[in-house]
Design a protein around this ligand. Structure first.
Ligand code: FAD
Length: 271
C-alpha cells in the first residue's frame, strides 16, 4: 500500500519543529522513518503533516558531561553501536544498539525515534530503563527532563505530548549486557533482557514481557539479598504480563525470561 496524502515541512531547528507541531494537531515528527513509514504505508498512521527533523545534525552526538554521557536524539543506532566513548563507558548501550534490526535499519533509525515510538518489543528502551536514563524534551512550555521510569506509559504510548521533541538522552557509565532471543536473525526480540551495573547496583529490565519495558524488581531485590544469578533469575516473571502472539506464547516468554536473565547476570557478574 502507499501512504495517504500528507503535507511535508523540513524543520530548521528544534524550536521550529515544536512550532510546526503546535500549529497542526495532525502533525507528526519524522526522524529515521523506520517505524513511522511502515505504519503510514499500512495506513495505520495517517499524519496530515510530516515535520522532518532528520537534518538537524546538532541532535546527533555522543559526549561526556560530568559523570553522565549525553546522546543526541537523532543519533543513529549504527553510530551509537560504534561510538568510542560509548563503547568505553557504557558498552551495554552500544551493544544493544548493535542488535537492533539489520544494517539498513541501524543506519537510518535513531535512538529518539525508538524511544518516542513506544514499542514494547524495542531493544534500546529496555537498556535505557535498566540504566535509569533521563530523557530531555522540548515542548511549547519549554524544556523538561523525564526519568526513564516515568517515560513508558503503555503500548506505543509515552510521556511525550504530540508537540514535544525529544532532544537528548542521559546515561551513567555502566557495565552490563543485553541478550535477546528472536526466531529469525535481525528480528525484534521475543524476549530481551538488559542488565546494567552502576556503582555496585545491578539493574535488570525486560523487553516484550508487558505493554512497556519493565524493571525486574524481584530479581534485583533477590540479588541485593545475596541470591545467586540462578536463584534471582527464577523470579524474572514476577510483575510481568507477557503477550501471546506469533513469536511465542506467554508461557514460553516466561521461560525465556528466566533463562535469559540468568545468562545476562552470569555474564555481567563474572566480569
Ligand atoms: P521514526 O520512524 O522517524 O519515528 C518513530 C516515531 O517516533 C514517530 O511517531 C515519530 O513522530 C516519533 N519521533 C521520532 N523522533 C522523535 C523525536 N526526536 N522526538 C519526539 N518524537 C519523535 N527496533 C528494535 O528495537 N529492535 C529491532 O530488532 C528492530 N528491527 C527492525 C526491523 C525493521 C525491518 C524495521 C523497519 C525497524 C526495526 N526496528 C527495530 C525499529 C527501528 O529501531 C526504528 O528505527 C526505531 O524504532 C524508530 O526510529 P526512527 O528514527 O526510524 O523513527
Amino acid at each position: 500500500m502507499i501512504p495517504a496524502e500528507f503535507d511535508y515541512e523540513v524543520a530548521e531547528s528544534v524550536e521550529h519543529a515544536v512550532q510546526l507541531l503546535g500549529g497542526r494537531p495532525d502533525a507528526k515528527l519524522i526522524a529515521g522513518g523506520h517505524s513511522l513509514l511502515p505504519l503510514m504505508r499500512l495506513r495505520v498512521a495517517r499524519p496530515g503533516l510530516l515535520v522532518d527533523i532528520g537534518r538537524l545534525s546538532d541532535l546527533r552526538f555522543v559526549r561526556q558531561a560530568g559523570d553522565r554521557i549525553e546522546i543526541g536524539a537523532l543519533t543513529r543506532h549504527h553510530d551509537l553501536a560504534n561510538d568510542r566513548l560509548m563503547r568505553e563507558r557504557c558498552l551495554v548501550l552500544a551493544h544493544t544498539a548493535s542488535l537492533v534490526g539489520d544494517p539498513a535499519v541501524r543506519h537510518r533509525g535513531t535512538i529518539g525515534g525508538s524511544l518516542a515510538h513506544g514499542d514494547p518489543a524495542s531493544d534500546l528502551p529496555t537498556t535505557l530503563l535498566a540504566l535509569d536514563a533521563e530523557f530531555v524534551a522540548l515542548g511549547p512550555e519549554g524544556e523538561r527532563t523525564i526519568p526513564a521510569a516515568d517515560f513508558f506509559r503503555g503500548i506505543f504510548e509515552t510521556a511525550l505530548s504530540s508537540s514535544d521533541v525529544l532532544t537528548e538522552i542521559r546515561v551513567p557509565a555502566a557495565s552490563g549486557t543485553y541478550v535477546k532471543f528472536n526466531r529469525r536473525a535481525q528480528d525484534w526480540a521475543t524476549v530481551g533482557v538488559a542488565v546494567a551495573r552502576t556503582d555496585g547496583d545491578v539493574h535488570v529490565a525486560l523487553t516484550s514481557m508487558g505493554p512497556t519495558p519493565l524493571r525486574a524488581r524481584a530479581v534485583e531485590q533477590a540479588l541485593a539479598n545475596g541470591a545467586s544469578p540462578r536463584e534471582a533469575a527464577d523470579r524474572a516473571e514476577e510483575g510481568t504480563s507477557p503477550p501471546s502472539d506469533t513469536n511465542g506464547s506467554a508461557d514460553f516468554r516466561r521461560h525465556l525470561a528466566r533463562v535469559l536473565v540468568r545468562r545476562a547476570l552470569e555474564e555481567t557478574l563474572s566480569d
